[in-house]
Design a protein around this ligand. Structure first.
Ligand SMILES: Nc1ncnc2c1ncn2[C@@H]1O[C@H](COP(=O)(O)OP(=O)(O)OP(=O)(O)O)[C@@H](O)[C@H]1O
Ligand SMILES: [Mg+2]
Length: 249
């Protein structure tokens, strides 16, 4: 198993209050890893540590070491880290521009000027996110006019425009109906051929359907991690069993 990212004894706190404690976790390359756990256990904090966002938040402190490949992320320039490790938030957050401009924004920022190249990136990534057929006639339309499920796929497509290695998704389906969630699940399953995916989900059935590896967080601690089938079907730890049986809601 090739590691794409590795966390070593990572702890995080907000204004001195611990949110993650001593988490060591390997994220395998080109697989889907699901992070599960009750509300407030540190799932979003973990994702924000992984792309360096948290260490920039006032009052937040991160210790331990996180590796991308074999390099500590603390040694990477911030922009490089953001480009290589993309984060998609829970609430779809398209820029208030056209679909096309959402898709070309980051490539332009990173210096792509050629119109045909920009268009090719937009089309390719919209296709990968399973959105192109739905919007091909409307690329000039405001992204805010899309449905919630379409907006979320646009945000994923947008994240892909800079060719990240790792894609972090924080509950991407929590605001979506069953049909839109199914479309996103199918898309993610296709994307793992090219990208390492980490998905926070409160939906255990979703984790069972799409994840290869899973990690269970509880009160800021990593209780267990391993192949999804084992963790979700035959957890080793009592706390994991209790969570999976619905004790913590
Ligand atoms: N910006 C912040 N400032 C202060 N405390 C925070 C901040 N963000 C999170 N916390 C606290 O850190 C802990 C972990 O929060 P986090 O958002 O990572 O949990 P979560 O597992 O993502 O929860 P949820 O399932 O509700 O999204 C919680 O106690 C939360 O109150
Ligand atoms: Mg969260």
């Amino acid at each position: 198993m090739e590691a794409s990212m590795r966390l070593e004894a990572v702890s995080a706190s907000y204004d001195g209050k611990p949110a993650l404690q001593d988490v060591s976790l390997t994220i395998p390359s080109r697989r889907i890893t699901a992070i599960i756990g009750p509300s407030g256990c540190g799932k979003s904090t973990l994702l924000r540590c992984m792309n360096g966002l948290l260490s920039e938040e006032p009052g937040a402190k991160v210790t331990g070491e996180i590796f991308l490949g074999d390099r500590p992320i603390s040694a990477l320039p911030r922009e490089e880290l953001r480009r290589r490790v993309g984060l998609v938030f829970q609430t779809p957050s398209p820029f208030p521009f056209s679909i096309y401009r959402n898709m070309t924004y980051a490539p332009r920022y990173y210096g792509v000027r050629d119109k045909r190249r920009l268009e090719a990136i937009a089309v390719e990534k919209l296709q990968m996110a399973g959105l192109y057929d739905e919007v091909r006639e409307d690329l000039g339309k405001s992204a805010l006019k899309l449905s919630g499920g379409q907006q979320q796929r646009l945000c994923i497509a947008r994240a892909l425009t800079v060719e990240p290695e790792v894609l972090l998704l924080d509950e991407p389906c929590s605001a979506l109906d069953v049909k839109s969630s199914a479309v996103i699940e199918e898309m993610l399953t296709g994307l793992k051929e090219r990208y390492t995916i980490v998905i926070v989900t409160h939906n255990i059935a979703q984790a069972r359907r799409i994840s290869d590896y899973a990690a269970f967080l509880f009160n800021g601690h990593l209780v267990e991690a391993g192949p999804a089938r084992e963790l979700l079907e035959q957890p080793r730890e009592e706390e994991t069993r209790a969570f999976l049986s619905g004790v913590y809601g």
